[in-house]
Design a protein around this ligand. Structure first.
Ligand SMILES: CC(C)(COP(=O)(O)OP(=O)(O)OC[C@H]1O[C@@H](n2cnc3c(N)ncnc32)[C@H](O)[C@@H]1OP(=O)(O)O)[C@@H](O)C(=O)NCCC(=O)NCCSC(=O)CCC(=O)O
Length: 345
């Protein structure tokens, strides 16, 4: 059974393994032992703290295969970004140059540095080990965050973003970064990513171009990847588009990957999730599939049940008894769930 739960101290080696597999560019999970350790501790503090508004919290969760005890993926929400250190983006805009005298006009694309998303919540650290990318595991990891956010809205901003990985080659070299490296910052992409992932961002305002960049002055390879995602990140983007996230022209400073955004209240799974009372039964007939979580924090648990019965009038969700220990609930407790359709559909 695949179960999502908050990360715990004993997950350190698994987190390290995921940080290594995810490679450079995945700045929210940098392979740095001290940093990973502090991420675990910060997540534990975040889940345990009593909070009335979002601040310096990071909710890092893992996906555990309870049959083997193996941790196979991670997913996270930063409660509020850009407060302690600025979160920079480029905004892709247009500039028109024209001479009425000569009758010549040219419209060029520009990149302008901004901090548009200060204080927003950020979805991040979505990673499923490559050998486990099958079935609904990826969808569980992505959507589970919306169950948590819907249940505890006071912990999150009313605006949510996700910074998608930009294009890079097999060795993790980004064509966009290569242009910046050549002209402005003499650091290779993985060193720069590692520094940003470690919170060491001081060099960004010092070394990045200060004026808007005309994209037609960039090399073709760098221009081609502006606002494009890494091929391994296409499924992550698809899932967020399905939830109603849009790209409005903000891109990453380093790899030019798109940032997508949505108001919390408009996210499909936030809107569609239902709070119910749970009843566990030895056998639950029917073919309704649900993603279901308890309503806790430090003991938060979520999974997908292939058998469920929703009794809307009584507001009761019937689930197989075998799931009870995984959800850490008793009959009559509250759950939040998402209807995922019929298993036979
Ligand atoms: C993102 C996941 C966890 C997704 O898991 P899976 O690969 O098993 O995906 P899946 O469940 O099979 O597919 C999810 C949805 O994407 C669609 N899909 C699958 N392959 C696709 C492709 N090549 N192009 C476009 N869409 C694709 C499926 O049809 C499905 O959409 P339908 O439901 O419509 O059928 C994984 O791919 C992964 O770990 N990728 C590498 C890490 C990564 O790039 N992470 C995001 C970094 S950026 C980040 O972390 C911020 C974003 C965030 O946190 O959400």
């Amino acid at each position: 059974m695949l179960v999502v739960r908050p990360i715990q101290a004993s997950d350190y080696q698994s987190l390290r393994h995921i940080a290594i597999e995810s490679g450079p560019g995945f700045t929210s999970l940098v392979d740095d032992p001290d940093l990973l350790q502090s991420k675990i501790e910060r997540a534990q503090r975040s889940f345990a703290s009593d909070i009335s508004e979002p601040g310096d919290q990071g909710y890092l969760l893992v996906l555990e295969d309870t049959d083997t005890g193996e941790v196979v993926g991670t997913t996270a929400i930063e409660a509020a970004v850009g407060l302690k250190t600025p979160l920079y983006h480029y905004h892709v805009g247009k500039s028109m140059h024209q001479s009425t005298q000569l009758g010549i006009q040219s419209i060029v694309t520009t990149l302008t540095v901004c901090n548009n998303y200060m204080g927003c919540s950020e979805l991040c650290s979505l990673y499923l080990l490559a050998g486990h990318r099958r079935g609904l595991a990826g969808r569980l990891l992505s959507k589970v965050r919306f169950l948590l956010m819907a249940q505890h809205p006071q912990r999150f901003s009313d605006f949510v973003i996700a910074q998608m990985l930009g294009v890079a080659d097999e060795e993790g070299r980004s064509p966009f970064w290569s242009w910046l490296e050549q002209h402005f910052i003499k650091l290779d992409f993985s060193t720069a990513s590692r520094m940003v992932g470690s919170g060491d961002k001081g060099f960004v305002p010092e070394l990045m171009p200060r004026h808007p960049i005309y994209t037609n002055l960039l090399g073709d390879e760098a221009q081609a990847v502006i606002g494009k995602v890494h091929q391994n990140t296409e499924p992550a983007l698809r899932m967020l588009h399905n939830e109603g996230f849009n790209h409005r022209g903000y891109i990453d400073l380093f790899d030019a990957g798109p940032t997508v955004e949505a108001p919390l209240s408009s996210i499909k799974s936030v809107r569609d999730s239902i709070v119910a009372q749970v009843e566990f039964r030895p056998d639950v007939s029917g073919d309704q599939r649900v993603m279901v979580s308890n309503t806790g924090l430090t003991d938060f648990r979520a999974l997908i049940s292939e058998q469920a019965q929703w009794h809307a009038q009584e507001q009761i969700l019937l689930l197989p008894e075998a799931l009870q220990p995984h959800l850490q609930l008793n009959n009559g407790d509250a759950v939040r769930f998402l209807d995922m359709g019929r298993t036979t559909a």
